[in-house]
Design a protein around this ligand. Structure first.
Ligand code: COA
Length: 373
């Protein structure tokens, strides 16, 4: 099969940062307001009093210290507790396309490609801002790219599944230069009044350029030695918002939000991930000991440390499995691509590495890479 490479990558990081301290302060103010407002019902036992959140818990349980968001206003206002977003008109670019344009520009420059050389754009993300026309087609127009474009969603594995679609398009002959963008505008899916999940997500966009190795002009490229995708249905990470929403007679105000059974996810997903990686390495006859870097999904520090130890079967140094979730929080499918894009230092031609996402679905997307330039 024709060797295919990732020849460029880019990250767009929103400028606004919300620290755990700021998030917890507003959450705790909200708790005080809620409990005061419902004091009689709480005393009568008909409403449960809310508990404070804590920075110590968040950092220890998840590894998250801060997150970047597009719209901080509202998130840290105890009277609002959600991002305040102005509805954009048809003549304005949606946020996800705007983010993608910025990340794409960096990735294309790194690949040494002009936008007009791109003949397929895949917009792969956990939330797609509108059903149609596809965001990818608007990005295609904004960039001046050729060919065709489409959106896709496999939640936290959208990026790796998107890259795999790109590889298949190149091998199948339907595209030569593919741009995969992952605009994870995740902050609006968070229920900021829920202590279990108010800290989890941040916004970011990543982009990768995929092309045949024989075509690449990039100074630094990663050959895709193999890839393996897996899905297995689970309700443990879920979001139900739908275009049907306005038709339902019973309006559930919690519906638009991300929700999860974090402990169950931990227990069920980790074995799935480690078995999946082991079987891909086996198929490729690449011993785990040859992996010089693990760019893993960025949802939880404890999960990543566990997975890294399991893959390499030894204690793993921080630089071998770089974490970005302390600064970015969980950025859904973009997490492992941020790590890939920002932590390639020290890797030489011939070195092998692993790129792996896991999350809702459940879904696991795994690629074994070898630096070839
Ligand atoms: N501040 C203080 N305490 C909190 C809290 C907060 N913000 N949120 C929850 N707690 C409390 C809980 O109420 C619970 O109290 P209890 O023991 O009295 O019942 C305790 O802390 C432990 O809660 P738990 O939910 O069991 O914590 P955890 O160690 O499982 O960590 C997650 C929670 C969400 C960080 C963790 O489960 C996780 O990240 N799971 C994997 C998620 C994942 O990969 N998802 C993929 C999405 S893409």
């Amino acid at each position: 099969m024709k060797p295919v490479v990732i020849s460029g990558s880019g990250v767009f990081t929103p400028e606004h940062i919300i620290s755990n301290e700021a998030l917890v302060a507003s959450f705790n103010q909200y708790v005080d307001l809620f409990n005061a407002e419902h004091s009689e019902a709480i005393s009568a036992g008909t409403v449960t009093a809310l508990d404070y959140s804590s920075c110590e818990f968040i950092e220890k349980a998840s590894g998250i210290k801060a997150r970047h968001v597009l719209y901080p206003e509202g998130i840290t206002d105890p009277y609002v507790m959600q991002p305040i977003v102005r509805r954009r008109g048809e003549d304005e670019m949606p946020e996800m396309v705007e983010m993608a344009l910025k990340a794409a520009t960096v990735a294309l420059a790194q690949a040494g490609r002009t936008p007009s050389e791109v003949d397929l754009i895949i917009c792969a993300a956990s939330n797609i801002q509108r059903p149609y026309p596809a965001l990818a087609i608007e990005l295609q127009q904004a960039l001046g790219a050729q060919g065709y474009a489409f959106d896709m969603n496999v939640a936290c594995s959208s990026a790796t599944f998107g890259i795999s679609n790109a590889v298949n398009a190149i091998r199948g002959g339907t595209a030569r230069c593919v741009l995969v963008v992952n605009p994870e505008f995740a902050s609006p899916q968070v229920d900021y009044t829920n202590r279990d999940s108010h800290f989890i997500f941040g916004d970011v966009c990543t982009a990768t350029v995929i092309e045949a190795e024989e075509d690449t002009r990039s100074a630094q490229a990663w050959r895709i030695l193999g890839m393996k995708l897996k899905t297995e249905f689970s309700n443990n990470i879920r979001c139900d918002v739908s275009y049907l929403e306005h038709c339902f007679p019973d309006i559930d105000e919690k519906v638009p939000f991300f929700r999860q059974q974090g402990r169950k996810v931990f227990k069920e997903l980790l074995p799935l991930v480690s078995d999946h990686i082991a079987s891909l390495l086996d198929e490729l006859a690449v011993p785990a000991a040859e992996l010089k870097r693990l760019w893993l999904h960025q949802a939880n520090i404890n999960m990543n440390q566990f997975a890294a130890r399991k893959i390499l079967d030894r204690e793993v140094l921080a630089e071998e499995a770089p974490l970005v979730l302390d600064r970015y929080a969980n950025t859904a499918s973009a997490g492992s691509i941020i790590a890939f894009s920002q932590y390639q230092q020290g890797l030489e031609v011939g070195d092998k590495a692993l790129l792996c996402s896991f999350g809702a679905g459940y879904s696991v997307g795994c690629l074994v890479l070898e630096r070839c330039r």
